[in-house]
Design a protein around this ligand. Structure first.
Ligand SMILES: *Cc1c(COP(=O)(O)O)cnc(C)c1O
Length: 426
């Protein structure tokens, strides 16, 4: 049996951990079957507990952009471990990484470190509310901003403009302050603003969405949001937890030339360690404690091991002027070749891609919002996932997720991947 040890480990995990996992998507609920337990990773490859290796297309959901256990990152973590793991005092490392980010990301003066993307987004909306003295926020259906209460909200029904809880435990009181709009539907956003004048603190969006599969903003959409936020006095928050340092060093702000008031980061910024951050102008960030009245804190925020891993990862990227063009071209080749194999086989599909993020939808129509992502044939995706897994290719275990290509993926890995795709029978 291929996954013998994973299977036994999953049974044991389920006894002690809810559902056997510490984050739900890992349980393979969407694709079915037993989640593969990994034991180690290097470069483009994962190795599971049964000693099988896989070419990795999730890369820890983005952080491992250089490939796994990159030698320079590993050396930095080992060196820092000798000096100490955590002090609970300021360190120079925190200023070094903040300076590197501020110097190379557009429209920000200051950055505050936290320990996850969830924390970054949660803190950013508190700050936006504190700065504007308003309560409500607009988010988009299909976008994910971590699991804090204000974001676990689905669109209300009928004429109701306020949202409903998307999880037990989220109170209706919290839900009424989150309005949910359709991605790529500027008119919808405008109508929410008009029905809630003087009430919207912020619009938060994944500028290139990755959590309903990869979905791109239509031309003018983000510019339109910028204009509406200016018109109605709301802050525009770009959640660049996924896109930051992945699509360009300056993320979507740099790539698409649209200015956000607050930006959140995570994933790549920690080089595989648990890190998030949020950033903005000095005028906005000055509202945060200890300078200002908006409270925000963290025992392990700016953790030295994590700062070292992040600094080296970001440094390797910055020192390589071809980094993003190479990553993008690898991904473009992968997408194009997969598409031509599917065309030969007569399999309907749509591949959305930006830089090193891509998703394959088994559908014949364009996918521009959550409803369209949901209409794709997820049963075929699940078959495709299991076929690829059996061929030693690790894809995200859900048709609503994005593939993350790392710099460790070379021609050899692309060739192996395409051979596996060519053996897929749907
Ligand atoms: C992953 C993700 C988050 C949440 O980050 P965690 O570190 O998992 O808390 C928030 N926003 C976006 C866009 C993400 O992709």
């Amino acid at each position: 049996m291929l996954y013998q040890r994973s299977s036994a480990l999953f049974d044991e995990a389920k006894k002690y951990i809810p559902g056997g996992v510490n984050s739900p998507v890992r349980a393979f609920k969407s694709v079915g079957g037993v989640p593969v337990f990994m034991n180690s990773a290097k470069g483009a490859y994962l190795t599971d507990e049964d000693q099988r290796t896989y070419i990795d297309y999730i890369n820890s959901w983005g952080p491992a952009i250089l490939g796994h256990t990159h030698p320079e990152v590993l050396a930095a973590i080992q060196d820092q471990a000798q000096k100490g793991f955590s002090f609970g005092t300021p360190t120079h490392l925190e200023t070094q990484i903040a300076k590197l980010i501020v110097d190379n990301v557009p429209n920000i003066d200051q950055v505050r470190m936290v320990s996850s993307g969830t924390e970054a987004c949660m803190s950013a909306i508190r700050l936006a509310r504190g700065v504007t003295n308003r309560d409500k926020l607009i988010k988009f259906e299909g976008c994910y901003h971590g699991h804090s209460d204000s974001f676990l909200i689905k669109a209300g029904s009928g004429a109701a403009t306020f949202g409903n809880p998307n999880s037990p435990g989220v109170t209706p009181g919290t839900a009424k302050d989150t309005l949910v709009a359709r991605y790529n539907d500027l008119e919808h956003v405008k109508s929410l603003f008009e029905a809630n004048t003087q009430a919207i603190a912020a619009v938060i969006i994944e500028p290139i969405a990755g959590n309903m599969g990869c979905v791109l903003p239509e031309p003018g959409f983000l510019q339109g949001l910028r204009a509406l936020c200016d018109q109605f006095g709301a802050l525009l928050i770009f959640d660049e937890v996924m896109t930051g340092f992945r699509l360009a060093f300056g993320g979507a702000q740099e790539l698409l030339g649209v200015k956000a008031d607050l930006v959140t980061f995570g994933k790549v910024i920690g080089g595989g360690m648990p890190v998030g951050a949020f950033a903005g102008s000095k005028a906005i960030m000055d509202h945060l404690a200890p300078n200002g009245a908006v409270y925000q804190a963290g025992t392990l925020s700016g953790n030295p091991l994590a700062m070292r891993a992040g600094l080296v990862t970001l440094g390797v990227i910055l020192n390589d002027t071809e980094f993003y063009s190479r990553l993008s071209s690898t991904t473009e080749t992968l997408a194009r070749e997969i598409s031509s194999v599917f065309n030969e086989k007569g399999i309907s599909h749509v591949i959305n891609r930006q830089g090193s993020m891509m998703s394959v939808f088994f559908d014949s129509e364009e996918v521009k919002d959550f409803d369209q992502a949901a209409k794709a044939n997820h049963a075929v995706f699940n078959e495709f996932f299991h076929h690829m897994l059996s061929e030693g290719i690790y894809l995200p275990p859900s048709g609503y997720e994005t593939w993350f290509i790392s710099a460790a993926i070379q021609q050899r890995e692309l060739d192996r991947t395409l051979e596996a795709v060519s053996r897929f029978k749907s």
